[in-house]
Design a protein around this ligand. Structure first.
Ligand code: HEM
Length: 471
């Protein structure tokens, strides 16, 4: 009898503990009650990868948004994802609850850039590195770069033969790489520039290729170029250390930094961050500049207004005999709006990529731990609710500030682009140089887009340029 009582007692106690545990569990983890967002996870393993890659990715995203609304799930490249297409959701992920979402990149890409580059991190290390990068790209520093950036713009276009077809995107990549080198190292010997450029080009080709160690493949070649880049950067770092200069360029900021315990950064951390910044700076700026040239080409009236703005500046600079000043670059109202509208229209960074570090509940939906989370900038930039007639190129719309969190070409929150002011400055300087000295015509197909991986007009916008004197 005693034994029966004991068993019943133990059973009731276990049941009670279980009920209490369940109740507590539900109270402490409300998201467990939330449901997954609407949408389809597609086929087992492959998910909806084929649907995404067999069409323009923007059609994929916007069709989903029309069908499911501003938050939906999908499954691509082996990962379950939640996509978010509203300004509030983007703010939630990138700003207010940013600590719940970590940046996420494939390991194969991390190996090429270097694991210590700031954009792979969050927390104290990220904050420290970000301050250094931001400091080296602040307005106070970049204002001194204006004449040097202008010189790079002039020397690049000097090699164009009048009337010969050039690949605009490639030419703009040369320009943005040189500007990246300038912001990173200040003055750098020509042989270093050349070696960095040669190896960086190989690294870049492998970045979006299939990751394998098989000799001869683009990825393996990229890994070897990465090794050589590290050696070149090692030499540059050693030389700079010997000189003991207190430069304010990126390398100077990284070399002179000490944390709370007085620790300096290792050479590997410095090299990874230099490569990271050069990488973040090049294709982004070059593709926006290519789009600006296309939009201006397609809008002759607007081009005339932009030309008038720059010709007035050129006249006041004794027909270009005086260099552009910082103050002049801050006073180009029409061109500045052209830059912003190009950033909106082209939305070259269409989304940010994060991963939920815990189960998160957003507006009654569960975003499970480990799922990828993508705030869709392009969908927000092209939503008629925020930008009327969104596919029309109309810089005047930016005379009125966009609603909060609806305009994020440089991202938002803790990982927002620290290079945004430099990018805008180099775009304006290149624009000044091209519209005052050149005329251009786009060659061939004019409305198709290629993804490399940023959207760029097909074949890099082949175009003929004529210098003004020979127009
Ligand atoms: C028009 C040109 C550019 C565009 C559209 C652009 C856009 C962006 C965006 C959207 C992000 C945030 C990504 C995210 O949240 O995951 C970002 C981050 C970043 N950008 Fe840019 N960028 C441009 C030019 C530059 C330049 C010129 C530099 C440096 C010289 C630069 C350096 C960086 C770095 C280092 C980060 C990572 C910041 C962090 O993780 O804290 N970018 N950029």
């Amino acid at each position: 009898m005693d034994a029966i009582f004991t068993y019943v007692f133990i059973f009731l106690l276990t049941l009670l503990s279980f009920l209490i545990f369940m109740k507590r569990d539900k109270r402490e983890e409300p998201e467990k009650r939330a449901k997954l967002p609407p949408g389809s996870l597609g086929w087992p393993y492959i998910g909806e990868t084929l649907q995404l890659y067999s069409q323009d990715p923007n059609t994929f995203f916007s069709t989903k948004q029309k069908r499911y609304g501003e938050i939906f799930k999908t499954h691509i490249l082996g990962c379950p994802c939640v996509m978010l297409a509203s300004p509030e959701a983007a703010k939630f992920v990138l700003v207010t609850e940013a600590h719940l979402f970590k940046p996420t990149y494939p390991k194969s890409k991390e190996r090429l850039i270097g694991p210590s580059a700031l954009f792979f991190h969050q927390g104290d290390y990220h904050i420290r590195l970000r301050k250094l990068v931001q400091g080296s790209l602040s307005l106070d520093i970049i204002r001194n770069l204006v004449p040097h950036i202008e010189a790079i713009a002039v020397s690049g276009s000097d090699s164009w033969v009048s009337g010969q077809v050039i690949n605009t995107f490639h030419e703009m990549k040369k320009y943005s790489f040189q500007v990246g080198i300038l912001a990173t190292f200040g003055h750098l010997e020509a042989h270093y520039k050349q070696e960095l450029n040669n190896n960086y080009t190989i690294l870049e080709k492998g970045y979006n290729s299939f990751p394998t160690n098989i000799p001869g493949t683009s990825y393996k070649k990229a890994l070897l170029a990465r090794k050589r880049l590290r050696e070149i950067l090692g030499d540059i770092i050693s030389e700079r250390k010997e000189k003991r200069l207190l430069e304010k360029d990126l390398l100077g900021c990284l070399l002179n930094s000490k944390d709370k315990k007085g620790e300096v950064l290792t050479d590997d951390q410095i090299a990874d961050n230099i490569l990271g910044v050069l990488f973040a700076a090049q294709d982004t700026t070059a593709s926006v500049m290519t789009w600006i040239l296309k939009y201006l080409h397609d809008e002759p009236k607007l081009l005339e207004a932009v030309k008038a703005e720059h010709n007035a500046i050129r006249e006041s600079n004794e027909e270009g005999n005086q260099p552009l000043s910082w103050a002049q670059t801050r006073n180009m109202p029409i061109s500045s709006k052209v830059v912003l509208e190009s950033l909106r229209m082209a939305s070259i960074i269409s989304f940010a990529f994060r991963e939920a570090v815990v189960d998160v509940e957003y507006k009654g939906y569960l975003i499970p731990k480990g799922w990828k989370v993508m705030p869709l900038f392009r969908n927000i930039h092209h939503n008629p609710e925020f930008f009327a007639d969104p596919h029309k190129f109309d810089p005047s719309r930016l005379e009125v500030a966009p609603k909060p969190n609806t305009f994020m070409p440089f991202g938002s929150g803790v990982h927002a682009c620290p290079g945004n002011e430099l990018a805008k400055l180099e775009l304006l300087i290149m624009m000044h140089h091209l519209v005052t000295k050149f005329r251009w015509e786009v060659v061939g197909s004019q409305n198709e887009i290629q993804y490399s991986p940023f959207p760029v007009p097909l074949h890099g916008l082949p175009a003929k340029f004529w210098k003004k004197s020979t127009c």
